[in-house]
Design a protein around this ligand. Sequence first.
Ligand code: DGY
Length: 327
Amino acid sequence: MSRPKLFSTHVLFDEPRRRLAEHFDVEYWNGNERPPRAEVLKRVAGKDALICLLTEKIDRELLDAAGPNLRIAANVAVGYDNIDVPACTERKVAATNTPGVLDETTADFTWTLLMAVARRLIEADRLARSGAWRQWNLDQLCGTDIWGKTLGIIGFGRIGRAVARRAAGFRMRVIYNSTTRAPQEIERELNAEFMERDRVLAEADFVSLHVPLRENTRGLIGPAELSKMKRTAFLINTTRGPVVQEAALVAALEQGTIAGAALDVFEREPLISDGLRRDNVVLAPHLGSASIETRTRMAMIAVENAVALFSGKQPPTILNPEVLREK
Ligand code: DGY
């Protein structure tokens, strides 16, 4: 019996590759660079399943190119702003993501960035390795304290809460805003206080963003929001770049409206505005979930979603379960 055909836009890792080989005839994109759009459109044609990264747009054009056999687009990411889910639903294509396995790793990285920008780690490393460090000095590369400060979290889902949990060790006050308030036992456990977004912006020493990218969060942090922050405060973004209006952030940094920023994500990745290349900004190329354990788990979830669908089961993390009911 012929096996379903799957195209994966990345080579993945050994364990998910072994699992895929048990069930599918798999074609991988092997290039070091992400596949050009034309290549994705060509290779997805006639496939039954697709495993994709957040860099691939799963839209009507791609679904047309795939043709009627396609039954699943399995994203190796929790964020799925790259997938037109309604368009998938119309074509009865299951869309899946990878929730629940990257929260702690992304929270670790949020703290990595927060600490790096507060204690000027990147500047320090640059000085130390340049050979230009001559002597210990009382006022050299002084940063700002983290312990005892106020951490403001915008978006209090799994990742926002994992970030909050880590604040206890720094004896920080935690304040947050979210579309829905967390249950009281969570607030108590994390010692987190709910408040209006503007108050979070105004009172926090570190504002960390954890909302997903949706139409109502695109450009959420613009000139008005930045102007509400303390001049001594830092903005940390590990969610999606377009949540912040990058030009407004550059202007705020230039004008000293805020003290600095630590950014893992950007409005037009992989482009980074020149105005962000400053000493008081720490930059990372979208690495929040990038530990080998977590990235392997993410790939495995995508694979298990595809395997489940072709075994007649509901993919565990399906975004549009209605496609199964309608089939
Ligand atoms: C996601 O999963 O959405 C991240 O941005 C990459 O891990």
